[in-house]
Design a protein around this ligand. Structure first.
Ligand code: AMP
Length: 396
């Protein structure tokens, strides 16, 4: 089957056309600046990558350009749209309604709309992408794959906040967690690499990218994760603060004469390692800055690593033990310093890093010593492939 995987952001759209038989990428690309002006970057495997400026007043226009690019006789990947057997859509928030992926129909769309409140920037964009595919490819099945679904197995003690219970009852305020597709994919792969049945394993997945989250996966099920009601919680990230004392919001608002919304914006866009270092949100820049003697870059990196370490300890406690850790996503796969620093002094938990093996970048590798009780692996994530697999499983 050929599956078109679509990931709509508020002003962007990423896509991959995947052949599920070989799990290979036939074409991929990105639409940027949707609603502003519009730019498409497209690559068909084996052909030259190109970028064109196109008028994209909305996501429907972007989807149309993507489909045109896929069937272009010279630069495209397929002869006609009939060759696309299904579309898989990444949906950010499924609330408590969706514990797994579903084939999209009118009822599902309504249920996703009801979660818009919980992800006001992302879910409406996701829905526009779905609507465009349904209109432009009538008859082609669409599947929704939720970032939150994998974490719906968390027990109440892990997802309940210490605020009046009525807010959970009335507004469904609770921990949901995100990056679920990645945590699911990577934990399964980690168990395979360890050669063990996931049902008997206690695993921690560190998805460290521009957005970062860690999950505790016990017996194949997510039992806790660092992100919360929104993806702002947990680790300090590229530009997001992660966990802070909630009273800080009011404090900054008063001192700087800002609204709650403005402070929220600072916590989302001007905080994290970017805010700390004053240099960059990119870990390559931070590592280079630290090596050049910039102490704020060192501090930003070390605050990040300290928090990763703290959550590893917390999740080992939550699961009553630990068998394996996976590092994934841009930082987890590529930044040896972060892996080393985050695991420093964790020998008491049976975690011993092999410093030589830890120099690996972007490929599957065992990076713990042979006698480490806990195996530590680098496991590249592949959210698009995971979405394609889910889509195939549902429409077959
Ligand atoms: P992601 O959100 O998973 O794409 O991850 C993006 C982050 O990964 C960026 O902020 C970079 O800091 C980091 N990253 C990506 N590639 C590398 C690399 N080759 N070396 C170090 N860090 C990298």
């Amino acid at each position: 089957m050929k599956v078109l995987v679509i990931n709509c952001g508020s002003s962007s759209l990423k896509y991959q056309l995947i052949d599920s038989a070989t799990e290979s990428v036939l074409a991929k690309g990105l639409c940027e600046r949707i609603t502003i002006d519009g730019r498409l970057t497209h690559t068909t495997t084996g052909k030259e990558k190109y970028t064109v400026d196109l008028d994209m007043p909305d996501h429907k226009a972007a989807v149309k350009y993507v489909l045109d690019a896929l069937v272009d006789p010279e630069t495209g990947a397929i002869g006609s749209l009939d060759e696309i057997d299904a579309c898989g859509h990444r949906i950010v928030h499924g609330g408590e309604k969706f514990a797994q992926s579903v084939v999209i129909n009118d009822e599902v769309i309504k249920a996703i709309e009801e979660c818009n409140d919980l992800a006001p920037l992302h879910n409406p964009a996701n829905l526009i992408g779905i609507d465009a595919c349904r209109k432009l490819m009538p008859g082609t099945p669409n599947v929704a794959v939720f970032d939150t679904a994998f974490h719906q197995t968390m027990p109440d003690v892990a997802y309940t906040y210490g605020i009046p219970y009525k807010y959970y009852e009335e507004y469904k305020i609770r921990r949901y967690g995100f990056h679920g597709t990645s945590h699911s994919f990577v934990s399964k792969r980690l168990a395979e690499l360890m050669g063990k049945d996931i049902r008997n394993l206690k695993l921690i997945v560190c998805h460290l990218g521009n957005g970062s989250s860690i999950s505790a996966v016990k017996g194949g099920k997510s039992v806790d994760t660092t992100m919360g009601l929104t993806p702002l919680a947990g680790l300090p990230m590229g530009t997001r603060s992660g966990d802070i004392d909630p009273a800080i919001i009011d404090f900054i608002a008063e001192k700087e004469n800002l609204s709650i919304k403005e402070v929220n914006n600072i916590l989302n866009k001007e905080s994290g390692v970017y805010g700390l270092s004053g240099v960059s949100s990119d870990f390559r820049d931070l590592t280079a800055g630290m090596e050049a003697g910039n102490d704020r870059c060192r501090l930003a990196l070390d605050v990040f690593c300290y928090n990763v370490k703290k959550y590893i300890g917390a999740y080992a406690a939550a699961m009553g033990g630990l068998d394996g850790i996976a590092f994934t996503a841009g930082i987890g796969e590529n930044t040896a310093y972060v892996r080393e620093k985050s695991l420093e002094d964790l020998g008491f938990l049976g975690i011993n890093l092999n410093n030589e093996a830890n120099s690996v970048r972007g490929e599957e590798a065992l990076i713990s010593t042979d006698d480490s009780k806990v195996q530590v692996w680098v496991v590249p994530t592949n959210e698009e492939l995971a979405i394609a697999r889910e889509t195939v499983a549902l429409v077959k």
